[in-house]
Design a protein around this ligand. Structure first.
Ligand code: OXD
Ligand code: MN
Length: 642
């Protein structure tokens, strides 16, 4: 292969002052002192400036002044627009072709294909990550990257995932030509010049390169002042090199490279190499009326209510919930064998539709200042609006939809005011129930791990796994409705094992084995694993469980199990609450509808899940998972049909 684009060779190393850009001469530094950056960072920047050819370089320091300067520029240009009703809140509309993560254009590239993806069964299209050979990737990048920042500013964003300097944190540097990305990254991660010192001490950083793929002069019409290049979008990961290269999209998980690309795909691989876990999980603390606090981490697929659960307002008196994180958990067993977790992010990048004062009052209060909202609707009074807020605003409020249509709330009908994947991006520290220890460098001790998904049928509202291995199998069997967070349409039920399907950065078989192996380490205090399903429907299509704040009742049961209370009984598929052990005071539910086990459905489900895992993971599927599936199937077969 020709020298890959990402290889920084000492012979090709250029200090910035040696780089001559055609027509411009030396690259001007728009802001920052390039020569004071650590050598490895200068090397990285110099290498990419040479390829990308930006007009100028802007080294970010994460300060408020910097944000204000960029915001004013974007307001002038029309990319951002102030929402008058609040303090420092802005709305942004993208090109309607750039609205979600693009899983079909997301690749993992390693020399060894099977480090990235499993040996899928012949004829099967793998959905647990897409591999591209370094040769092909290099060709794809050669077609895209050279000169792609021509005429644009290249921002250098130093950031920490996790509290700066924590032993559980990791450092990244993102080069980007999107100022929207700069503003969002400083909400979602810790952007500060202190990072340079951390790099000087530890040297390692994850390299992130991002371009919207619209060199100037742009040859096509830029829509909504949102440059992007959807035809050529490519999100590439090089886990061996600890590197991400993203081209063509400015949106969310495609461009805020600290989030899915780094904190899940690259960190997943680092965690595998170093013996810890990077998971698509919220972290929350729950304190019972006796004042006993426990932390739980919960994995749900995208847009299944992780943010709502992390911030839930308990319906039962005397209970308190506090949030540590709503999307990603990095967890490691400490020297005493306790699993400790941090939220590597600093903000919430939540799905807006469906969020309101009933479903998530704490999120609503978090959003009242210093936030950026993308593809939502705006009220004529300078307020934000999205589906789900209809009952909380004046029905005569005139809206401008995300597509620029004008209608009042009551005239809206079936039209969408906001895109289904419209997002709010806000600082976590503004959340009224943020946990005082959310930035503790040691992380918080995790007592329980929960898996859940959005699927209508069959599975009980809450259950406990028989043991760790059985819990891993339950996680691997997770299914959920497709969501607008990626490019899917409709409500098909998709497998989303461990809620990690779109975020795997290495072979899923190795990932499952990595999880299973924790059980063999005798000194570890493994948390209990549970499975929940808040969205079970009855035959009439009605939810059998009230959800939201009432979920505290299931959490109460799980935490009492963590304390060893005798309130569970075995069923063929896991440990279920003994009748009467779930606190249902004051709510109207039907125990049978919540916990009945439809034999035929469960048998069909297990057969289908085994087929899925065998096809998708092939010879990499750990034997233990097959063993767990067979045992489960045998147990179900012995059930009576009643
Ligand atoms: C997210 C997602 O944005 O999971 O969190 O898609
Ligand atoms: Mn997510």
């Amino acid at each position: 292969m020709a020298m890959p684009l990402w290889n920084e060779h000492d012979e090709s190393y250029k200090e910035i002052h040696e780089i001559i850009v055609p027509h411009l001469g030396h690259i001007p530094i728009g802001k920052g002192d390039f020569h004071r950056l650590p050598r490895d960072v200068r090397h990285f920047i110099g290498h990419w400036v040479d390829i990308l050819n930006p007009r100028t370089i802007y080294i970010c320091d994460g300060s408020d002044d910097e944000a204000h300067e960029i915001i004013s520029k974007l307001e002038e240009r029309g990319t951002l627009h102030k929402l008058r009703k609040y303090e420092n809140n802005y709305i942004c509309r993208t090109d309607p072709k750039d609205v979600a993560r693009v899983e079909s254009k997301t690749y993992i590239s390693t020399e060894d294909q099977y480090m990235s993806v499993p040996h899928v069964k012949e004829g099967t299209k793998g959905i647990l990550g897409q591999w591209e050979s370094p040769e092909v990737l290099n060709k794809d990048l050669e077609e895209r990257m050279p000169g792609c920042m021509t005429g644009r500013t290249m921002y250098v964003i130093p950031f920490s995932m996790g509290p700066v300097g924590s032993p559980l944190s990791k450092i990244g540097i993102e080069l980007t030509d999107s100022s929207y990305v700069v503003l969002s990254m400083r909400i979602m991660t810790r952007v500060t010049s202190e990072i340079w010192n951390v790099i000087r001490d530890h040297h390692e950083f994850v390299k992130c390169v991002h371009s919207v793929g619209c060199p100037r002069p742009v040859k096509w019409k830029v829509i909504n002042h949102w440059p992007c290049n959807p035809e050529k979008t490519l999100i590439a990961h090089l886990p061996d090199k600890r590197m991400v290269i993203s081209y063509g999209s400015g949106y969310g998980g495609n461009s805020l490279l600290g989030k899915k690309c780094f904190a899940l795909r690259i960190a997943g691989r680092i965690a595998y190499d170093e013996g810890w876990m990077a998971e698509h999980m919220l972290i929350m603390s729950v304190t019972n009326p006796q004042g006993v606090e426990k932390f739980i981490a919960a994995a749900f697929p995208s847009a299944c209510g992780k943010t709502n659960m992390a911030m839930l307002e308990p319906s039962l008196p005397g209970w308190k919930v506090q949030v540590v994180g709503d999307d990603i958990a990095w967890m490691r067993f400490d020297k005493n064998g306790v699993l400790r977790g941090i939220n590597p992010e600093r903000g919430f990048f939540g799905v807006a539709p469906g969020t309101n004062y009933k479903t998530n009052p704490n999120a609503m209060k978090t959003l009242l200042r210093n936030s950026i909202m993308t593809n939502i609707a705006e009220g004529d009074d300078g307020s934000f609006f999205w589906e789900g807020m209809e009952k909380e605003v004046d029905p005569d409020l005139m809206l401008t939809s995300w597509l620029g249509e004008r209608f009042t709330v009551k005239e809206k009908g079936d039209r969408k005011a906001a895109h289904p994947n419209s997002r709010f991006c806000c600082p976590a520290e503004q959340c009224p129930i943020i946990h005082p220890k959310w930035e503790d460098p040691e992380g918080v001790p995790i007592s329980a791990l929960i898996f859940g998904g959005r699927r209508p049928e069959g599975i009980p509202v809450v259950m406990e796994s028989f043991d760790w291995k059985h819990g891993v199998m339950l996680g691997a069997s997770l299914k959920s409705e497709a969501t607008a967070a990626a490019e899917f349409k409709g409500k098909v039920i998709m497998h989303d094992p461990m809620a990690m399907r779109p975020f795997m950065g290495y072979n899923f078989g190795k990932y499952l084995q990595h999880w299973l192996d924790f059980e063999d380490k005798p000194d570890l205090k493994l948390p209990k694993i549970f499975h929940v399903k808040w969205f079970r429907l009855d035959e009439q299509g009605k939810f059998v469980w009230p959800g939201f704040g009432e979920n505290i009742r299931a959490i109460d049961w799980m935490l009492r199990r963590c304390d060893g209370e005798d309130i569970a009984e075995p069923s063929p598929i896991g440990l279920l609450p003994k009748k009467g052990s779930l606190n249902l005071d004051g709510i109207n539910t039907d125990w049978n509808k919540m916990f009945n086990l439809p034999k035929d459905y469960l048998l069909g489900d297990i057969e289908e899940t085994r087929k899925f895992l065998q096809e998708q993971t092939g010879t990499d599927l750990p034997k233990e998972i097959l063993n767990q599936l067979s045992k489960q199937e045998e147990r179900i077969k012995t059930m009576s049909t009643k």
